[in-house]
Design a protein around this ligand. Sequence first.
Ligand code: T1G
Length: 710
Amino acid sequence: MALVNYAVTDRVAVITIDNPPVNALSPAVWDGIDQAVQRAVADREADAIVLIGAGSTFIAGADIKVFDTLKTKADSFARSAGTHALLRRMEDATRPLVAAIHGNALGGGLEVAQACHFRVATKDAKVGQPEVLLGIIPGAGGTQRLPRLAGAKMALEMATDGKPVPAPKAHAAGIIDQVVDGDLLAGAIVFAKAKAARGEIRKSREIPIPPDAAAAALAAADAVRASLRKTARGLRAPFAAVDAIEAGLRHGFDKGSERERELFAECVVSTESKALRHLFFAEREVAKVPDIPKDTPTREIKRAAVVGAGTMGGGIAMTYANAGIPVLLKDVDQAALDRGLATIRANYGVTMSKGKMTEEQVEKTMGLITPTTSYDGFDRVDIVVEAVFENMELKKATFAELGKVTRADCILASNSSTLDIDEFAKASGRPAQVVGHHFFSPANVMKLLEIVRGRETSKEVIATSLKLAKKLGKVGVVVGNCFGFVANRMLAYYMREAYLLLEEGASVEQIDRVLTEFGMPVGPFGMQDIAGIDVGARIRQYLASIGQSRAEGPQSAVPDRLFAMGRYGQKTGAGWYKYDAPGSRNRTPDPLIDQLAREEAAKRGVTRREVRDEEIIERITTALANEGARVLEDGYATRAGDIDVIYAYGFGFPRHTGGPMFYAETVGLDTVLARVKAYRARFGDYWQPAPLIERLVAEGRGLYGEPALA
Ligand code: T1G
């Protein structure tokens, strides 16, 4: 089959794009469409033209991989002239040209549809301009045609938030001309023939924008910019999209198109776009585990159980219920269950207050959660997620029980954040069924699921976990069973540097500010006050009991002193900050922390000094990248992109940096290596360069299997 097929039906030329899996616009597809439209215009057998996608969707956009071939702004600017000219040729077709949309018409796909004279769609189709999610802007006329079809306000919204719009809403806005019930192609042919009978052609680029609407739109553009300054910190693309739309409003279609091409060219070669495009593919790569073939058998998860109704257990139960999977929620007594269910109900109450769920939906979903204080019914579930207190003995006892009360093929998953899955596997008596499912708090919100592979975890259990992650709306990443797995193993180095910088003279507020300005949703100290200082303290205690520690190098005593004072963070009303009351989020700096830092610095003979903001970022990101490289070297993560996905989805590491490993690559692995060596000389031998980084720098290669980023 060709990429673009042509046939005439009932005097309508039907052009079918067939480029699986999403009909992406590769250069060959662009050319195919161009030739097919020109063929239809000259075809005496055709009075009208329909453009449709084969398979499950219309065109999901330009082929994102092609952007890596655009090396300079000038190159991109030059090449986009061809695309714009092609779309104008389509628009100048002398026969009615109708786009028939099902599935998704996104990015270039919607832009192709906008260059058609009309658009019809199925009810469940979606249209959108998601380019900003890739650090670029609509680059095929979308910033100029969309305002003319849908009005500038809607165009500004779509081009800056990148969200898909359902067909009925797009129809109401004027983007879609008709929602087709029944067979899309048949409906499109009828629609096209009717247009041909009336000789009706409408070129989007010629739709006028009334002066008063343009004035209102220009005001709207400024308002959008003001809002983006809060929501799109550190990003360029959303602002560029506004600039392109504004140029068209002020100077007309042609000048606006030229400005769009300039801005697209600027964005497509930016680090922001390379980073976001990297994550787009990385978050799809994670599902590909080298020794787990795509056709590995999987089990259907129809019933689940969660042991432990605490914060995590409750959130996990919600995750299953939200996916429509009935779930038993077990705790030791009714009081614990009642607390757990009250938290769940409160969480749904927040969702409902935001209008994301109706009361009926909440009741129906909560109805899927069955509280219990016994193991009754555990013999009928397909998976159990253990979410008891992070204590090895308690977890081993729980797995021993689960091994007795569940079916032989029931998957036994642990939500442990750091402990040894193989220990649980041994205790269960069924190691092949045991796996780690490490959710991130709040479990019903955070998308990351670390799938921790034990020594004996079966391939079927891994494959089932990956499939289940998708069903739960999570991004499942398979990781190895080292202490802390990948996320928390690396986080130990992130926190070590934060603590040491604090003792060296930086303040809690400065470190948190610098990391949030970098793009983290919250700084290390604010994060600990949310997660609980006691969680880390107890893990350190456990490690000390088995003669281990989280990260090499000096361990600050400040967090343990806070723990000893009962200052666990928000939940106790004081931690790294003071809070209005236990559970409050209103925080104020506490001079006590500075005093503790001074005392501990003195004990370690550290001379306090002023710490520059840049040093905070450099120390923390270098520590992350160096440890990430060791994780890769040790084989606990499959690829650098997996680590990027873990940090983007697990900790909100700013997506426009591509993740800690991609960020290291853009800083330069040679620079990262030099920093590690400088820190070793300055702070001590615990700063050891990761051999992988040393090797890649020596060979001039990058972390992603090709020469370092140009
Ligand atoms: N280019 C290349 N590959 C793509 C692709 C694209 N646009 N979209 C999807 N894929 C691959 C994806 O990597 C995966 O590959 C497979 O298709 C299935 O994808 C000029 C400049 C459409 C909602 O941003 O949002 O147009 O892993 O797993 O869950 O102005 O794909 O199987 O090897 O995501 O059903 C704008 C991106 C581009 C849309 C379907 N368009 N895609 O989701 O499948 S820029 C987008 C998506 C542009 C113009 C601008 C989703 C989807 P593999 P999938 P899905």
